[in-house]
Design a binder for this molecule. Sequence first.
Ligand SMILES: [Zn+2]
Length: 258
Amino acid sequence: MIRLPNSVILSFDVDGQRVFDFFDNSNKDILLEHGLPKAVEFLKSNNLDATFFTVGKNIIDFPKVHEKLKEFEIGNHTYSHPYFLTQKTFSEKEFEIKKAHSIIEDFYGTTPKMFRAPDYQIDQETITILKGMDYRGDSSIVKVLVPFYLRYCINYFKQRSIAKDPFEIPLTSFFLPFNGTTAIFYGFELTRLIFEYLLRFNKVININFHERDFVNIKINKAGFWRRERALETTLKFLNYMHKRCNILSFRQYLNQYH
Ligand SMILES: [Zn+2]
């Protein structure tokens, strides 16, 4: 019996350091400037496409680094990356989505067809807006079952109907979000074991990284901290996934499976 290879949908949420809002006034973004080129380098050297969920305001303020993403699929990650998008009014949500949408169209000359909500906080109103704009899908649901991550937990249980909608392509979870950031926390070997375990039950793994996963520093209110082996762990895991599975962007996945 021939076993078809598994697939990984690979995406990057391009947040920048501004999401840590205490650095909002900075006109320099070390996460974008150092992290993003590393992600691009990995994809180009392996001849892969992936989806970059970009923030409209970041494209305007840091055009040079965003230019590097020109040949990849660009997704919508809102205009200003507001946390708690679900608590905003319908027209505020619409503004965040539509403004980012037109910035992406102007800058990249392509129409975004995929959306990811900041901090994975999605609701039915946002889905309605996206469907009205002819999006092909949303990928914001993350199934978190650990009450410690309260807002993820609540969002998952509140939005289970979205998870059942074929419009939604949920991120693959392992009790906690299973993404680049947690992979750095687990370390390569444990991440590899979780990934292999997930492959037993999932034909397709939907995983996201951030540009900050490629930078050996961590930012918090106290400032910048060295984060050992982040870049090394991220690249090692990406290379492992690439050896093991077909890596696809959302557009490649949707063209193949839908
Ligand atoms: Zn984000």
